[in-house]
Design a protein around this ligand. Structure first.
Ligand SMILES: CC(C)(COP(=O)(O)OP(=O)(O)OC[C@H]1O[C@@H](n2cnc3c(N)ncnc32)[C@H](O)[C@@H]1OP(=O)(O)O)[C@@H](O)C(=O)NCCC(=O)NCCS
Length: 141
């Protein structure tokens, strides 16, 4: 299970995977817009999942991470996160951030087990009313 780098042509597959993972899906055009940006990078395991990140100077954030329901609990997300960390480190990133809904138990467990630590809270951040937990992983330089 080796994630590959994402490319502009992945926008459609990303939209399909995203729609299967989130109540408010991002469409193909939205992904195309993101993938055009020089500072957006991602990793994909075809048909199973992807992660998309944006770097700014020595920081980066995970924009989204989605794994197909049928591919879950097999280490796909863990592999994607670690591949994104490698990609971020190669860009000179020192801290990788993310926001996760405080009621998303699966994602919270994933991020805790991949070295992310709480770095802040955004109250009632999501449309559902859930808080967003900001998490950070410091990368080895
Ligand atoms: C969260 C998500 C990305 C996890 O993907 P996944 O490929 O199933 O995760 P992995 O198999 O790599 O799991 C890695 C670790 O995360 C934790 N984890 C993952 N899913 C979990 C669940 N449903 N319940 C509890 N812990 C879970 C476990 O610690 C797991 O390690 P283990 O299997 O050895 O116990 C997936 O459930 C998903 O796409 N959810 C919908 C979209 C989403 O919430 N994205 C993240 C938004 S911030």
């Amino acid at each position: 299970m080796t994630p590959r780098r994402t490319a502009f042509v992945d926008a459609r597959q990303m939209a399909v995977l995203h729609a299967a993972a989130f109540e408010r899906p991002w469409d193909e055009a939205g992904f195309e817009g993101l993938l055009k940006a020089f500072n957006v990078f991602g990793r994909m395991i075809d048909g199973q999942g992807f992660i998309l990140c944006r770097a700014v100077a020595d920081e980066a954030e995970i924009l989204t991470l989605a794994v197909a329901p049928a591919a879950r609990r097999q280490g796909v997300a863990r592999a994607l996160v670690e591949a994104a960390v490698d990609g971020a480190a190669a860009r000179g990133v020192e801290s990788l951030f993310l926001e996760v809904a405080s009621d998303n138990a699966a994602a919270l467990a994933l991020y805790a087990s991949t070295g992310f630590e709480p770095a802040g809270l955004r109250a009632a951040y999501y449309a559902s009313g859930a808080d967003a937990l900001v998490m950070r992983r410091t990368l080895n330089s």
